[in-house]
Design a protein around this ligand. Structure first.
Ligand code: ADP
Length: 328
């Protein structure tokens, strides 16, 4: 059956993540392959409201698969949270003859897309792009694998200096309210302790563990702390607490910050982005709407956007166990 959709749009919205460009490329090339026109929307929903659109073709996305960030720019747009702002956006899409869109972003972007879909019936598919890996309906979000590798590389470097000076380092990593980056990076980089929001380790257990570590002959230690961890108020307070209660340790703090968001996407993220982009366009042409593409057991699957927004991802308990065993 011929799809009534003749022209699609693609945008990136909210926090950027490595792999977004690979997803843009995939959406654009799949549209070209399917003989559907495709418009790029710049600056997320802000650009949608302002009509910041450019007609793309297969060649418009040359040489971007290997680039971090997003060539379309991203934005946080307050106006899109208002019915008036969304009405303006709808008028711009109608004027440009756009029949539906693919939004690459996080749960905020999906919330906006879902409300827009309910108000105007515009077909929409979401591609999860965030380094935090905190979106229900997919085992991996775009950018998570790249961010994880960036963090592991950074901790490896920190370990070099930590061991030269017999120091204890608290390394804070991103992840808002979830500990996926912290847990995976902690295991991969051989951290002595991993503090994540899902498990409140407690300060006493942390001290016990550090004491044990010292006793067992370890001269330096790395503790990975997710930014949303609730054990201490923040990494600097953790440092003060440990210095006060375990003066044997010379403690330092490293907050990795925005380096985790940038960089060349890994092969995993590029492949995932390419697969998700293809299915997003195929899905919307098949009449699917208000869905998010995700990956489960290496299969590309669709989840209703409303479930993706409401649901919570679970921390991998087996990894916690592995980490406990490794830090003997
Ligand atoms: P992310 O997509 O990374 O979670 P944000 O939470 O900043 O990032 O959301 C991106 C954009 O999505 C916001 O700037 C806003 O334009 C839009 N958005 C988020 N929540 C809503 C909402 N409840 N209603 C309408 N638009 C929203």
């Amino acid at each position: 059956m011929q799809s009534p959709i003749k022209k699609l749009a693609v945008l990136t919205s909210g926090g950027d993540s490595p792999g977004m460009n690979a997803a843009i490329r995939s959406v654009v090339r799949t549209c070209a392959y399917m003989d559907v026109e495709v418009m790029a929307i710049y600056r997320g929903y802000q650009g949608m409201i302002e009509g910041d659109f450019v007609l793309f073709n297969a060649r418009s996305v040359n040489n971007i698969i290997n680039k971090g960030g997003t060539i379309l720019k991203s934005a946080r747009c307050q106006e899109f949270r208002t019915p008036e702002g969304r009405k303006k956006a709808h008028e711009q899409l109608t004027r440009a003859g756009i029949d539906g869109f693919v939004v690459i972003g996080g749960d905020g972007s999906f919330r906006g897309a879902s409300i827009f879909h309910k108000e105007f019936g515009t077909p929409v598919i979401g591609i999860p792009g965030t380094i935090d890996n905190d979106i229900f309906g997919t085992q991996y979000t775009l950018g998570f694998d790249t961010a994880l590798n960036t963090v592991v590389e950074a901790i490896d470097k920190i370990r070099d200096t930590a061991s030269s000076h017999s120091r204890l380092f608290f390394v804070e990593v991103m992840g808002r309210d979830v500990g996926h980056i912290a847990l995976n990076a902690g295991v991969a980089a051989g951290a002595e302790e991993i503090l994540i929001p899902e498990e409140n380790l407690g300060l006493d257990r942390l001290l016990d563990s550090l004491k044990r570590s010292k006793k067992s002959g370890k001269s330096s230690s790395i503790v990975v702390v997710a930014e949303g961890d609730k054990t201490g108020k923040n990494v600097f307070e953790l440092k003060e607490y440990v210095e006060k209660n375990l003066p044997v340790y010379d403690v330092r703090v490293s907050v990795l910050g925005h380096i985790q968001r940038g960089g060349v996407p890994t092969a995993f993220d590029r492949v995932l982005a390419s697969r998700m982009g293809v299915r997003a366009v195929e899905g919307i042409l098949e009449g699917k709407t208000n869905l998010m593409v995700g990956i489960m057991d290496n299969q590309i699957v669709f989840t209703p956007i409303d479930e993706a927004i409401k649901g919570h991802t679970k921390i991998d308990r087996e990894l916690i166990r592995v980490s406990d065993i490794m830090t003997i």
